[in-house]
Design a protein around this ligand. Structure first.
Ligand code: SAH
Length: 392
């Protein structure tokens, strides 16, 4: 087996269970090693640490997938998939609407599989997984008998891995429309053109928590995408909901989703930039009892954290100002680089500036089908705070 030797003194993180070997930690790599294929990862004294999939083109030169001397072959892929299924089943997760495989979280680095009923959407994010696409598709077909397997590997991160964008049908035929039911709410999913793989399954539990707090409330769902939080709030008895998003396509889908749930009468949509909408709403004197705020990641890298932090702070400040006394703020942050502590601090500062007393009702993260490995903190990226806000 080709080998990757880590520089002396740089092996602590891998020993502690982190799954990545960065380029600047590599001492040498066997000349026979091939990108996308396994390498043994050794410390400077040539002791075996783990086995990973190599990619010299990436800043993450190897991604660990096992601590045994085993190949990433069909047998291992199948057993990792069963482990992923078992983890979800043991948590009582609905296997019909689920992130079945969550990359490092399931020790299948570079692979994402979402199941929307009889449609499976896959992302191959590294050469290691890209090279195994046929085996993976066969495995999915054999195990789940889907109507379609659709690839959504059109993500910017593939570039950093030396891969081009890829998208399209890999198996079967796509039902039209694709529709799922999430906790009693119907959602259409645009598998081909929607954001990410079509639906944000990571917010499922947070949407449910929000819905349980929504009765009798006037709700604003900021960055609503296809209507997730707002439509669940209506289902939970909210009097009315307004969904705001910068994407016209997302807004159209949100309207369809409200319609198929028989909730359009109480659902309003606005295509707008969050910052603009907040400013105008404040001017108009609008007030809401429940504001959900789920912006995209403002900080993809540590260096953009300062500007991202001020963006998060401004949005939260403006959201808090629109809240009625005792209203509820559901505020999310999906940037891994903003830690849970930092995000809570940003929101606390925004509340002080807005003149509000905050009570933390729930400090949530991503749904359980996006497993967190404590030794690999990048697997925990989502923060969702539910707070009540009183005027000072
Ligand atoms: N809450 C949604 C997911 C939101 S994803 C759900 O439960 O499904 C983030 C959304 O923010 C995307 O739909 C994106 O179009 C939108 N967005 C990005 N930048 C924005 C901006 N400046 N103003 C308003 N919406 C924005």
């Amino acid at each position: 087996m080709p080998r990757l030797i880590i520089q002396r003194g740089k092996e602590h993180r891998v020993r502690a269970g982190h799954l990545w070997v960065y380029r600047n930690e590599v001492d040498r790599i066997s000349s026979t090693a091939r990108d996308g294929q396994p390498v043994d990862i050794l410390d400077s004294r040539r002791r075996f640490l783990a086995r990973g999939l190599l990619n010299r083109q990436s800043g993450i030169t190897a991604r660990i997938y096992t601590y045994q001397k085993e190949d990433m072959d069909e047998t291992l892929l199948a057993s990792r998939l069963e482990r992923a299924v078992d983890l979800r089943e043991s948590c009582g997760i609905d296997l019909n609407l689920v992130r079945l495989v969550s990359s490092e979280g399931d020790m299948l680095p570079g692979l994402v599989v979402d199941r929307y009923g009889n449609v499976m959407v896959v992302q191959f994010l590294t050469p290691g997984m890209d090279a195994r696409r046929d085996a993976l598709v066969s495995l999915m077909v054999e195990r789940f008998d889907p109507a379609a397997v659709f690839e959504r590997s059109n993500v910017p991160s593939r570039q950093a891995e030396g891969l081009s964008s890829a998208q399209g049908l890999l198996y079967g035929s796509l039902p039209d429309p694709v529709e799922v039911e999430e906790d009693g709410v119907r959602f259409r999913v645009d598998v081909g053109n929607g954001q990410k793989t079509g639906l944000f399954l990571d917010q499922r539990e947070n949407r449910m928590l929000t819905r349980n707090l929504a009765r009798g409330k006037k709700c604003l769902d900021m960055c609503c995408y296809t209507g997730g939080f707002g439509i669940h709030a209506l289902k939970g008895g909210a009097l009315e909901a307004t969904g705001v998003d910068i994407s016209g396509e997302a807004i159209s889908m949100a309207r369809v989703n409200a319609e198929i749930n028989g909730l359009s009468e109480h659902y309003r949509t606005v295509e707008a930039n969050a910052f603009d909408y907040f400013r105008q709403a404040e001017r108009r004197g609008e007030s809401y009892d429940l504001v959900c705020l789920d912006p995209p990641s403002f900080a993809r890298a540590k260096r953009s954290l300062p500007s991202a932090s001020s963006g998060y702070k401004e949005l939260n400040l403006r959201a808090l100002k629109l809240l009625s006394d005792g209203g509820i703020l559901v505020t999310c942050c999906c940037s891994y680089s903003a830690s849970p502590g930092l995000f809570l601090k940003i929101v606390t500062e925004a509340a002080a500036d807005a003149g509000r007393v905050l009570v933390l009702i729930n400090e949530g993260t991503q749904s359980l089908d996006h497993p967190v490995l404590p030794a690999h903190p990048e697997t925990r990226y989502l923060k969702c705070l539910i707070l009540r806000a009183w005027r000072r």
